[in-house]
Design a protein around this ligand. Structure first.
Ligand SMILES: [Fe+2]
Length: 201
């Protein structure tokens, strides 16, 4: 069984015309190593975005409770927006001469988002997992946007800031306002605001 599997894997690899993790030449006036670094970073964000996209669909199907209908709709809206980001990221990788990560088995091996159980979870847990995944993506997107602009890859920077970062930040607003107690500053922020008032007063 194991032998068959490795034969299948060998056969699959033999048919590849470009290896994953490589970039072909493109007349983009960007060094090979710049395109390679951008493609690598974009593939990481792509794998994490595909995971977040699928988490939204899972939650869309499995949500329960008094907010069922509004969350059922909100989750599907965000799913659609994340699906658009997935396509934009993958096509940017290909534009740079790279190979976009695509299949679920490869995404599982690559994503940094914690594994979500198969069974249903309550709304609070759903929202918590979504916010955690968004924050991870926002963080890696900001980092790659900065390194891309520093190395002259303005196109990647623009895509990351305009289409990935801002949509994720916007979705975080909608998801976090669904949390119980949202809109009330947490203790740390409350204390910071108080000390500002004291300092100015
Ligand atoms: Fe649906």
């Amino acid at each position: 069984m194991k032998q068959n599997h490795s034969k299948e894997t060998d056969l699959a690899t033999q048919t590849e015309i470009q290896k994953y993790g490589t970039v072909t030449n493109r007349p983009l006036s960007l060094d090979h190593k710049v395109r390679l670094a951008s493609a690598d970073g974009l593939n990481q964000i792509l794998a994490d975005t595909m995971t977040l996209r699928d988490m939204y669909k899972k939650h869309h199907w499995q949500v329960s409770g008094p907010t069922f209908y509004q969350l059922h709709l909100l989750y599907d809206k965000h799913y659609g927006e994340q699906a658009e980001i997935v396509d934009a990221l993958a096509e940017r990788v290909q534009t740079l001469g790279g190979v976009a990560i695509a299949m679920a088995h490869d995404v599982v091996e690559t994503t940094r988002i914690a594994r979500v159980p198969r069974g249903r979870e309550d709304v609070t847990m759903q929202l918590f997992r979504l916010l955690q995944a968004h924050e991870l993506i926002i963080d890696e997107t900001r980092q790659l946007a900065k390194s891309a602009v520093a190395s002259g890859d303005d196109g990647t920077n623009d895509l990351l800031v305009s289409d990935v970062l801002r949509v994720n930040e916007f979705q975080v607003w909608f998801v976090s306002e669904q949390m119980a107690g949202a809109g009330i500053a947490d203790q740390q922020e409350g204390a910071a605001a108080h000390s500002v008032v004291v300092a100015h007063g």
